[in-house]
Design a protein around this ligand. Structure first.
Ligand SMILES: [Zn+2]
Length: 349
């Protein structure tokens, strides 16, 4: 019964979203552009109950950080697909993708301490051998993603991949005080590049926005042997200005470029047949929020025959549409001169 209600709520949200989109289309036909509030309202309707939460923080004006504050909670290391493990906290994610010829580690948390006490400790608990890590993929050049990479590189000597633009950005940042020490520059990720290790091929896309060279990717997995394709959007927090902000080690490409990249990656995912998603912050994909109401909890309660909590095409599309509506709303809010208004992100619909 609960499940039926949840499905009904999802269907209702899709209807509401469709209505909002239709309303926008009518507005456009009538020569009226949707206001920032229209976009935020659409995001709220699309979120329904199941996707409400920190993704809607992007719909607040003025914008606020979606990251939880306080002491991080460390998640139990968890095998979420036949070859994919979650290793991280409730604030930032890392993932280990186990192939037939070694491990691809995606992101490395904040620092050496996290590399030792979370990533390597989790490898041990999960029965994974860190000497089998052949590649580390860094989604972008922010310290909470590359901070543990130098220690892992110095200890296990795997290859490390990041986009050229973000290697350049961390090289600038490394000259600034209090900037985490980046790993030694190794391999560049290029747009459309494929990385094959054993039986697994990841495809990379350079999607500037959150940083000048944020990398997003398509990750193939199996769930009890059934194939799925995951979308992994590499940046999350949205820039605060329309145009690029080139400041040193924390540059972004502005909201307009972020939107171009986001729309492009949405289309790439559709063309490739994406049917699920993960993220590099666990409050985005809801992998780990509080150990009570998140996907790790749902996985622990999963019964034979239940779908994976990470799989669902319509949920994926709603997730991306929420991002797009908040993005469009932020752009419209800036273009309207940043009026002070009460955000709808907390209101209930
Ligand atoms: Zn970042």
């Amino acid at each position: 019964m609960r499940k039926q209600l949840a499905i009904f709520a999802s269907a209702l949200a899709l209807c509401a979203g469709t209505l909002a989109i239709q309303a926008s289309a009518q507005d456009a036909a009538a020569g009226r552009t949707a206001s920032y509030q229209d976009h935020f309202d659409a995001a709220n309707m699309l979120a329904a109950q199941d996707l409400a939460g920190r993704n809607l923080y992007d719909c607040k004006t003025p914008p606020v950080s979606a990251a939880p504050t306080g002491k991080p909670m460390v998640a139990p290391p968890t095998k979420v697909f036949d070859q994919l493990y979650y290793l991280g906290t409730n604030i930032v994610a890392s993932w280990a993708l186990v192939t037939s010829a070694g491990i691809i580690q995606i992101d490395t948390l904040n620092n050496t301490d996290d590399a030792q006490n979370i990533i390597l400790a989790d490898y041990k608990k999960a029965g994974l051998d860190p000497s089998q890590i052949k590649y580390i993929i860094l989604t972008h050049g922010h310290g909470d993603h590359f901070g543990g990479a130098k220690y892992l590189q110095d200890t296990y000597h795997m290859h490390i991949l990041m986009s050229a633009a973000d290697w350049d950005m961390v090289a600038v940042g490394a000259k600034e005080p209090n900037f985490p020490t980046p790993p030694a520059r190794d391999m560049d990720i290029t747009d459309g590049q494929k990385l094959t290790l054993g039986d697994t091929t990841i495809t990379f896309y350079v999607t500037p926005g959150h940083t000048p060279g944020t990398v997003s990717m398509l990750v193939p997995v199996t769930d009890h042997g059934v194939k799925h394709l995951l979308s992994f959007w590499g940046g999350s927090a949205m820039p605060r200005t329309l145009e690029p902000n080139p400041s040193g080690g924390r540059a972004d490409s502005g909201l307009l470029t972020y939107k171009q990249s986001f729309l492009r990656f949405l289309k790439i995912g559709e063309d490739a047949g994406v049917d699920g998603f993960i993220a590099n912050h666990p409050y985005r994909d809801q992998t780990y929020i509080d150990g009570k109401d998140d996907k790790l909890t749902k996985l622990a309660a999963r019964k034979p025959g239940d779908p994976s909590p990470w799989i669902g095409r319509s949920t994926y599309i709603r997730y991306m549409m929420i991002g797009l509506e908040c993005l469009e709303g932020q752009i419209a809010w800036i273009q309207a001169g940043k009026p002070q208004a009460v955000s709808s992100a907390d209101s209930s619909h």
